[in-house]
Design a protein around this ligand. Structure first.
Ligand code: ADP
Ligand code: MG
Length: 382
């Protein structure tokens, strides 16, 4: 389908109403659009900002029909949406990204094969779909990580294995198609977020440096502490992926920077990304505004960095008594008192350990300074 320009107050639809959906809805409504959210959770974080919340399953035929009939364009906030639902919607209205792109991103075997086919180096990996796949010589992949091909996120669905015996035992436990991936010596992790319009125009946000804690993104620093050449190589690689997929929308690509300085593509997400939340306060446009623009047939906005920034993820862990009846809201005073600090709460009622509840963007003259200050602020919460 060609890309008509969709102007406000047209209605836009989004599959998923978590925090990414919530920030999409906030951007879209500020830009003058009307928004329908489809999410089975009555307390979906996006619902309170949406004009309409369809509280139904993602493959609910009636809800999908209503979305298709009422929305000028539809997007998604997560990759595990039924690609079939997206293909069906695309027969009736404008859907971006295409279900086919989402299908590649939601399966590590397809995803890594796709990167390789397009000349983007990945960690050595072996698809494991049946037990005897692990009977061959595994020395190229060990020590390694066995990752489920589908539905893994935040380090879930992964097991580190040192020997072939451990790999076989781990596969028996996981019991689903996996990839066995060689453990690489990482210097750091970075990500690139690219927006591609229907006519092929692209704009990339500045490269983000990502620090994880227990498999979950903890801090993002921008600018990343890498050479200009490396940052450009990562931006170009992300653009190459988006172009090869004939992608429309916001695409996040995660990379490893190895100890010897080489770049390896890790994975992609067919949507705005946690490591792009800094764009809400630190760049000319945000990744959510870009998502709206791309689906509406508008050219990508400028992506220049206004100030160095550290983004701190705030998990349920900082809620005193998280996961119990005695759970309390943290004292936000120290964070709110910062003149260049911006708290984004997702409106989730229940704080649980490891649950993404909010993030905090702190701007400073240097990313390092911002990182030190968010670390101090986090300590005041804990
Ligand atoms: P998820 O979908 O859970 O984000 P990833 O593949 O990104 O899965 O893995 C989560 C984290 O595990 C990465 O951010 C990185 O820190 C570590 N990791 C994953 N694969 C490798 C690898 N091949 N070598 C070293 N570390 C890895
Ligand atoms: Mg990842």
């Amino acid at each position: 389908m060609s890309a008509p320009v969709i102007l406000p107050p047209a209605r836009l639809g989004i599959l998923g109403g978590g925090q990414l959906g919530r920030m999409f809805v906030q951007a879209a409504r500020t830009m003058g659009y009307t928004v329908t959210v489809l999410d089975p959770d009555p307390d979906a974080p996006a619902a309170e900002f949406a004009n309409l919340h369809l509280c139904a399953a993602f493959d609910d035929a009636e809800a999908l029909r209503q979305l298709a009939d009422s929305c000028a364009a539809i997007t998604t906030e997560f990759e595990n949406v039924n690609a079939e639902s997206m293909r069906w919607l695309a027969q009736h209205t404008v859907v971006s990204p295409r279900g086919e792109c989402v299908a590649v991103a939601q399966d590590r075997i397809r995803e890594k094969t796709f990167f390789q086919q397009h000349g983007l180096p990945v960690a050595p990996f072996l698809p494991v779909t049946q037990a005897d796949d692990l009977d061959s010589d595994l020395s190229d992949y060990l020590p390694g990580i066995l990752k489920t091909a589908r539905l893994g996120y935040d380090g879930k669905g992964q097991q580190r294995v040192r020997t072939a015996e451990e790999a076989r035992a781990a596969w028996q436990q996981l019991g689903v198609p996996c990839v066995l991936e060689k453990m690489l010596p990482l210097q750091l992790e970075i990500s690139a977020i690219v927006t591609r319009a229907a006519d092929g125009q692209m704009a990339v946000f500045p490269i983000a440096e990502n620090q994880h804690h227990q498999g979950i993104l903890d801090v993002t620093l921008v600018p990343a502490r890498v050479s200009t050449d490396l940052a450009q190589a990562a931006q170009q690689a992300a653009c190459r992926v988006a172009a090869a997929l004939d992608y429309v929308g916001v695409l996040a690509v995660e990379f490893f920077v190895l100890e010897d300085g080489l770049l390896r593509v890790n994975e992609m997400a067919p949507r705005p990304h946690n490591s792009g939340h800094y764009t809400l306060d630190a760049t000319v446009s945000s990744q959510f505004q870009q998502q709206v623009r791309a689906m509406c047939g508008l050219p990508p906005a400028a992506t220049d960095l206004l100030r160095p920034v550290a983004m701190l993820n705030l998990l349920g862990d900082v809620w005193p008594g998280a996961g119990t009846d005695a759970c309390r809201e943290p004292d936000w005073q120290p964070l709110q008192a910062e003149a260049q600090g911006f708290l984004h709460l997702y409106g989730k009622r229940e704080a649980r350990i490891g649950r993404k509840m909010a993030h905090y963007n702190l701007l400073a003259d240097q990313a390092n300074t911002a990182a030190e200050r968010v670390a101090v602020l986090r300590d005041t919460l804990l």
